[in-house]
Design a protein around this ligand. Sequence first.
Ligand code: FAD
Length: 322
Amino acid sequence: MAGRILVFAEQRDGSFRKSTFEALGRAKELGSEVHALLVGSSVASIAPSLGSYGATSVHTVEDSRCELYWSDGYAAALTAAIDALAPELVLLVATGMGKDLAPRVAARRNMAFLSDCIALDEVDGAFEATKSMYGGKVFAQVRSTRKPVIATLRPSAYPAPAPASAAAAVTPLAVELPNDSRARVIEVRKTEAGVLDVQEADIVASGGRGLKEPANFALIEALAKALGGAVGASRAAVDAGWIDHAHQVGQTGKAVSPKLYVAVGISGAIQHLAGMRTSKCILAINKDPEAPIFTMADYGIVGDLFKVVPLLTEEIRKAREA
Ligand SMILES: Cc1cc2nc3c(=O)[nH]c(=O)nc-3n(C[C@H](O)[C@H](O)[C@H](O)COP(=O)(O)OP(=O)(O)OC[C@H]3O[C@@H](n4cnc5c(N)ncnc54)[C@H](O)[C@@H]3O)c2cc1C
């Protein structure tokens, strides 16, 4: 078993991302001691709750300049936490924030860096990651040759643990935040309230060009609602302006690994597969039996989505109500 693990707890507007709980859960399985770092403007009140997911101590950095993500400030905070705690492993999530922060800090402290891991284990005393490479065509086992290691986990790679009734000890961490910054976030444009992010969801129903026009995304929304999941999309649908880029799955969109991924009217181009092929179960609905998505799917329905999706949605609704 590994020793001390530090998890960067990602929060926005005082709410944690589900993937932070996933990282804490995996840290608890791997290490003997789990610490969390929480950075924000006013976050002390939410810090103890991280104990429910496996953190024994939470180290907080509160500063009004940290209300929005700030590369230089957050990197200074994480570097200070690493210096103070000397963890064997630092875990982040491969979200936009984690992807920006982890390599900065790895470079600052000359640490080994394992990025976008779909699995992370300790093997013979070293950390070993499984990574999906070349658009998901191969899985690579990458082993760090030294410690400490900094790693980012792909969202949904591990389940979030059921919360236990435990509170973590909370300690403010003394950090000198930089006075000048090379770049600052000046505005965050939020998606509509209540919209579930594809990277946070256990189930994703995605639509592609086969939907023919934007109004037909209502079919995907109804399916996602019946399943209790999020709405995803192919780039063709996003480029056509049918849905916001925040929903795009794939190489130039988001990488997802939900329990269930439903691809509707999506051909299965390699750039789309790159973002969803690590899903635990894939259902494809396409009228073309030769569509490449079927080579990746666990279940396939060959048929017209305009007939199949409403029927499926109705049956799912009935089954869930029963
Ligand atoms: C650098 C680069 C990056 C890219 N990044 C991404 C990315 O991040 N994500 C992404 O998705 N793509 C990405 N792409 C684009 C990708 O190559 C494909 O063009 C795109 O994924 C196609 O989207 P689609 O499957 O919705 O459309 P299409 O390929 O046109 O497929 C539509 C499918 O709908 C089916 N269909 C049509 N009508 C019906 C019906 N009535 N019922 C059932 N099925 C029907 C068709 O049989 C077809 O298979 C990228 C491309 C490049 C070059």
